[in-house]
Design a protein around this ligand. Structure first.
Ligand code: HXC
Length: 258
């Protein structure tokens, strides 16, 4: 891969978007590689959680690559957006838990890719924003949909219409990020969280992820019915037997389903 780094150790994959000269801006090649990389990871049984970050200390992802978009036609713009939907959709729906380690600018497509992750952890120097209307376009990698679901309609509209950047503390205050840590501790914190998640029943984590994601597209009554069915499914697993037996025997569980 020309634009990504992938490391797998201790059941955790770290995917680094690696275009530091342009602050890790997302071009067609990067999005294509990301989609392929995630398609490979989602099939791996030895990967239980994924951390996504950006190369360097300044930027997570500074958005879609403006130099690629400047002369693009409407049809090319749409194709570019759909390429991101595919890659970000994998991130959102893959069975493994995903954590965005936001180590600097998360603007436009950078904020949008972080929102496709399950959990966002930001370093103190991180900046979030959706600057697209200042470029004469709209957030087109999921921002008009995921931002309002995460932080509510009013705040999403203010951020998108004003094109203002906000700092990590403000992102935390409005619920855009789960946690803010010093930059030097960012990857360590995310790794610790990923290891904790990986130590649980990974099939159960994947089913819980599915229930939350699918439930948000339903009314509560149907979401609750879905949850009951999925809970029933988890009662059929070896992990359920092991987890509950281990509790009763006062020993750590050894989970195997994934
Ligand atoms: C292409 C980018 C880029 C981007 C930065 N660069 N962001 N190139 N696309 N999104 C390049 C710069 O051109 C520059 O290249 C180098 O990275 C360093 O950036 P500087 O601007 O010199 O750094 P700095 O002054 O520190 O400012 C950092 C910044 C600024 C505030 C993040 O770069 C910036 O505003 N970037 C654009 C952010 C943005 O508007 N993102 C949204 C894109 S639209 P050179 O060659 O000069 O060294 C989007 C839409 C998604 O994401 C949906 C579309 C379908």
């Amino acid at each position: 891969m020309n634009n990504l780094l992938l490391e797998v150790a201790d059941e955790i994959a770290v995917v680094t978007i690696n275009r530091p000269k342009v602050l890790n801006a997302l071009n067609t090649e990067t999005l294509t590689e990301l989609g392929e990389c995630l398609a490979g990871i989602e099939r791996r049984k030895d990967v239980k959680a994924l951390i996504l970050t950006g190369a360097g200390e300044k930027s997570f992802v500074a958005g879609a690559d403006i130099s690629e978009m400047v002369n693009a036609t409407p049809a090319e713009g749409r194709t570019f957006s759909l390429l991101a939907y595919e890659a970000f959709g994998r991130l959102e729906n893959m069975p493994q838990a995903t954590i965005a380690a936001v180590n600097g600018f998360a603007l436009g497509g950078g904020c949008e890719i972080s929102m496709a992750c399950d959990i966002r952890v930001a370093s103190e120097n991180a900046k979030f924003g959706q600057p697209e209307v200042g470029l004469g376009i709209i957030p087109g990698f999921g921002g008009t949909q995921r931002l309002s679901r995460l932080i509510g309609k009013g705040r999403a509209k203010e951020l998108i219409f004003s094109a203002d950047n906000i700092d990590a503390q403000e992102a935390y205050r409005i619920g855009l990020v789960n946690k803010v840590v010093p930059q030097a501790e960012l990857l360590g914190y995310c790794r610790k969280l990923a290891v904790k998640i990986a130590s649980k029943g990974s099939y159960a984590v994947s089913i819980a992820k599915y229930a939350i994601n699918a439930g948000l597209d339903m009314d509560v009554a149907n979401g609750l019915k879905l949850e009951a069915q999925l809970l029933g499914l988890t009662f059929s697993t070896a992990d359920k037997k092991e987890g509950m037996t281990a509790f009763l025997e006062k020993r750590p569980a050894k989970f195997t389903d994934f």
